[in-house]
Design a protein around this ligand. Structure first.
Ligand SMILES: Nc1nc2c(ncn2[C@@H]2O[C@H](COP(=O)(O)OP(=O)(O)O)[C@@H](O)[C@H]2O)c(=O)[nH]1
Ligand SMILES: [Mg+2]
Length: 228
């Protein structure tokens, strides 16, 4: 069994080394654990840093195409490299790499196709009340559309079985997080959530320019994929 941990990176030269260092290289149930980064047209030294620290695979976009396309490219490359399970984590070291074994366990045990790391945002101190309310609302919408309850729908810390990864069809240029959950639910896949730890904030989110923009983009994603 091969696990590939993929990390979408847009200008992450500063935090990539600690992110990779925190990934356990031996996990029960796997013969190998490899790291793949997808460089989304970074203008800093992300790719050089990735080479220096010896990540196993580097995939590149010639220019910046955004997180959804970067995520999709990573899934394709991981499948091609023979991954049986794929974990996605962020390059800003937001998620605790040490929790990867917890994330893959339900897949190994045959109890889930997709596992989502629940940041337990109601307990995360630096999340505003507005953001917590949004989490709750987003989860409600996903439950309505996909028929499954996921407490942290926009968490980027996830594990996918090879099966579910092959079937995912990401059409949104902006967000893969809600889309993949809805598709999995619709295709009768089993989605589980497990509590995970987060590291102290290393930097502000670059994806979201405020809550109104976040909401409108997520809604666009939902409408778009429903039309599909
Ligand atoms: N902001 C941003 N992040 C990108 C892009 N392409 C890939 N990423 C990666 O997406 C991940 C999440 O980005 P981040 O700004 O931390 O968003 P967050 O989900 O709100 O914490 C990081 O690993 C980024 O390096 C892009 O075009 N913009
Ligand atoms: Mg982040």
């Amino acid at each position: 069994m091969k696990l590939i941990v993929q990390i979408p990176c847009y200008n992450e030269e500063e935090t990539l080394p600690e992110t990779v260092a925190d990934i356990p290289r031996e996990i029960p149930g796997f013969d190998s654990v490899e790291v793949l980064i997808i460089d989304d047209g970074s203008s800093d030294r992300t790719v050089e840093v990735a080479r220096e620290i010896g990540v196993d695979y580097i995939v590149r976009h010639k220019r910046n195409l955004g997180l959804a396309r970067t995520f999709r490219k990573g899934i394709e490359a991981s499948l091609q490299a023979g991954a049986d399970v794929i974990v996605n984590t962020d390059g800003d070291n937001q998620y605790a790499g040490a929790d990867i074994p917890k994330l893959v366990e339900p897949i190994l045990a045959g109890r889930a196709d997709m596992v989502i790391g629940d940041r337990q945002t109601d307990k995360v101190a630096h999340f505003s009340r507005g953001k917590k309310l949004l989490q709750w609302l987003g989860s409600g919408i996903v439950r309505k559309l996909a028929g499954i309850w996921v407490p942290d729908t926009v968490s980027g810390f996830r594990a996918f079985s090879r099966d579910v990864a092959i079937q995912m069809n990401i059409v949104s240029p902006f967000s893969y997080t809600i889309e993949t959950v809805i598709q999995a639910g619709k295709r009768d896949m089993t989605v589980q959530s497990v509590p995970v730890r987060t590291n102290p904030k290393t930097r502000e989110s670059r994806l979201f320019k405020g809550i109104p923009s976040f909401v409108s983009r997520q809604l666009t994603t939902i409408v778009r994929m429903y039309a599909m």
